[in-house]
Ligand binder design. Sequence first.
Ligand code: GTP
Ligand code: MG
Ligand code: ZN
Length: 312
Amino acid sequence: MIKNKSNRFKGLVIALKANFFIVEIDKQDLIDHSFDQSPQKIRLLCTRRRKLDYQGIFIDVGDVVFLQDIDYKNKRAVIYDLQSRKSFLKRPAVANVSLIAICISVEEPSFDSEQTSRFLITAESANIKPIIIFTKTDLINKKDLNFYINKLKLWGYDSLPVSIKNAQGFDLLIEKFRQTELTVLAGPSGVGKTSLINHLIPSLSLPTSSVSKKLRRGIHTTRHVELFPIGNGSFLADSPGFNRPEIISDISGFANLFPEFRAQLIHAKCKFRNCMHRDEPGCVINKDFERYSFYRESLDEIINSHLPYQGD
Ligand SMILES: Nc1nc2c(ncn2[C@@H]2O[C@H](COP(=O)(O)OP(=O)(O)OP(=O)(O)O)[C@@H](O)[C@H]2O)c(=O)[nH]1
Ligand SMILES: [Mg+2]
Ligand SMILES: [Zn+2]
């Protein structure tokens, strides 16, 4: 039986496979790791104690878990507890995310303002910092790229352009990912999330597939979330693409998920504390910005989803 220095044996959930968890542990934590010469990290196939289920505790990729019954020879263990999470992203489901890199292409598949905004709202509502990565920049000209970078700037977000076809933009990205504990690559299917990971970590050759010619969309190649070490103790998560993230927010906090509102509300206050910035008297918001109509439509969507059922 292996013990760690604090008697609490910790690991990181790298992936879920059927009913098992792949958990990576650090051999540095072992009291005596002189017994073999294998690499510093060990991966164990783990089950979880039933008691966690009874307590309604779910374990996801990115969770830091505590292990017992470690069978080093067969690389098996049992998860008996979970460290409290710093953050949790619902879709894709990943715990302890520090940065969401939302991958968006301008062509193949084409840029969609509403879709991009929905990904940004998902990050904002989980209180996780988002950045935009413009992928496949080899397919567009410089003028168009600048148009989209400026558009995102006006929304309040920085973006980084990359292309795996002309190896553009990788140094900056690698540096950013290595400074961040856990970055999730999210975005629509087919934008090139997995291709980007394959490029950044050449030892990997994860499956990718081309965008459907007929639908001009991805065909949902990646099916599971998985973490990959990117150096400096940091991880990068690949995730399955999805095309229309659901907006989950309460009505009162919704405007705060937009940098355009936040920037204005630093300097001024509306007359009513619960102002929804529609046509309320004393509203100080200047509504002349691109995403205001998206805000209004999404607000209606949230309000409608909160209404009691009126049917028969
Ligand atoms: N021209 C061009 N094609 C790219 C680039 N990056 C990826 N692709 C292509 O885009 C297609 C989709 O790439 P994937 O990496 O499978 O996309 P994904 O975002 O992981 O898709 P899902 O797993 O379905 O969410 C593949 O045919 C890639 O070769 C790029 O920089 N330029
Ligand atoms: Mg993929
Ligand atoms: Zn207002």
